[in-house]
Design a protein around this ligand. Sequence first.
Ligand SMILES: *[C@@H]1O[C@H](CO)[C@@H](O)[C@H](O)[C@H]1NC(C)=O
Ligand SMILES: *[C@@H]1O[C@H](CO)[C@@H](O)[C@H](O)[C@H]1NC(C)=O
Ligand SMILES: *[C@@H]1O[C@H](CO)[C@@H](O)[C@H](O)[C@H]1NC(C)=O
Ligand SMILES: *[C@@H]1O[C@H](CO)[C@@H](O)[C@H](O)[C@H]1NC(C)=O
Length: 553
Amino acid sequence: MLLFCVHAAPSIPRPRVNARHNRIGPLYHKGWYHLFYQWNPDSAVWGNITWGHAVSRDLLHWLHLPLAMVPDHPYDANGVWSGSATRLPDGRIVMLYTGSTAESSAQVQNLAEPADASDPLLREWVKSDANPVLVPPPGIGPTDFRDPTTAWRTPGNDTPAWRVAIGSKDRDHAGLALVYRTEDFVRYDPAPALMHAVPGTGMWECVDFYPVAAGSGAAADSGDGLETSAAPGPGVKHVLKASLDDDKHDYYAIGTYDPATDTWTPDSAEDDVGIGLRYDYGKYYASKTFYDPVLRRRVLWGWVGETDSERADILKGWASVQSIPRTVLLDTKTGSNLLQWPVVEVENLRMSGKSFDGVALDRGSVVPLDVGKATQLDIEAVFEVDASDAAAVTEADVTFNCSTSAGAAGRGLLGPFGLLVLADDDLSEQTAVYFYLLKGTDGSLQTFFCQDELRASKANDLVKRVYGSLVPVLDGENLSVRILVDHSIVESFAQGGRTCITSRVYPTRAIYDSARVFLFNNATHAHVKAKSVKIWQLNSAYIRPYPATTTSL
Ligand SMILES: *[C@@H]1O[C@H](CO)[C@@H](O)[C@H](O)[C@H]1NC(C)=O
Ligand SMILES: *[C@@H]1O[C@H](CO)[C@@H](O)[C@H](O)[C@H]1NC(C)=O
Ligand SMILES: *[C@@H]1O[C@H](CO)[C@@H](O)[C@H](O)[C@H]1NC(C)=O
Ligand SMILES: *[C@@H]1O[C@H](CO)[C@@H](O)[C@H](O)[C@H]1NC(C)=O
């Protein structure tokens, strides 16, 4: 199950997923974080989907357990697909998941529970005799009904008390979320209205729905996440997220949930689900959050798929990894976006660190940062554009867009500048992580945050792109970025996690002892200063079969 790729194996631990799709049912139970993932035991391509299962004490070191569920009933013979766990107040754990049926490959929802909830490892799962508990309703295609959410409890004394959302689409290609009401997780009533629908967005996979603390409430001030059933009201917003089957991106929107009707309304119609903000502008899909009661945070996990060919995946024997888990909060400064940040446990992997302060970056410059081998790094960098340079420009690159640009080689007046990671000494390979400023004739500045993979690898069987989007920068704020580098994966977070980008690159030269990191400024007009750069080497962590052979757990 754990195979090593020759030079690109990420060694910051992520359960490696041998499947083309990965939707997960995360859960915290009796001291362990559980990850259930979509897994094909037979091949590194999609098919024969079962539930793999791994556990961790810290979200970083992982132990693989036996498969949690396999396709063995008519209601899931074609695949045990994605699902979600819900913990009930009495300690019971219910797992709802989509099965693809033997007969017609219809998508139905099934119920499973741990055979023994007192087992911290939840090794055995029992499928309900009542399965399937939900089948596609009238008007919904039989293969357009999947991925039940974690259930939430209504704030009042309603019966039934629980709600579950399921993703779908209608005949006119609107993506939508259906809500069901249940008391016992066996019988369900459809809510009278759709929870939400957005025309033109197609099938919604892996819908996620959760509250975030808004304004200056106690939870927002403490940086706490909210439990899934936290009551709506002043100081609470609800996030609706969908993974768009059409373009394989994860979109979210912030809005208001009405528990009386089980409908949700976005704060901004222009930034609705599927047409507005994304969790990540790179390779990142089928994500899901869960509430961690220990550190009282909401944790997000995404699937980082492959950029190499299916043939290469079969040769290396595995495909895809999970991203580093991220905490998710509402950005109370802007009120209009989330903040995603690597879970605090990542900082426990930091080893020796180096600081570089006040590095001047002249126009067209590239400055090496001597940190030794640069394959596993945690980087925090703060940049400043010379204010008089920016002021002297009347208009700059107003039509710029990361994905249609030439990447770091496309020079503008006020950008690009940032870092080159997974680079070799002569820059024959480099992944650029950078800012790019635009200026309107009215004096307004806009900031793009981009990641350029075009020169990331000499290998020619990879998909290489320039990714990115706008990032809000408020008055008086520095430009800041955090970058996690791990052999073949670069995960970047701009402005405290307002805009994030994940790249899967497979360098062929910038590997092991030859991997370097540089600062660069390719703007034609702006002088830039790297006010502070901190770079830590990151330790490896393990992923191995259970049982643990050390006592460190
Ligand atoms: C599914 O499993 C069967 C039996 O193990 C195997 O023959 C087949 O190749 C598998 N299909 C895929 C796509 O892995
Ligand atoms: C950038 O261009 C792409 C492709 O044309 C488009 O889909 C996207 O909306 C643009 N992004 C911005 C921020 O304008
Ligand atoms: C800066 O732009 C020039 C001209 O396009 C290009 O040759 C060079 O590689 C760029 N620098 C970086 C660091 O990408
Ligand atoms: C900007 O960055 C500098 C250097 O890291 C730091 O001292 C300062 O506090 C930052 N300012 C803001 C507003 O975050």
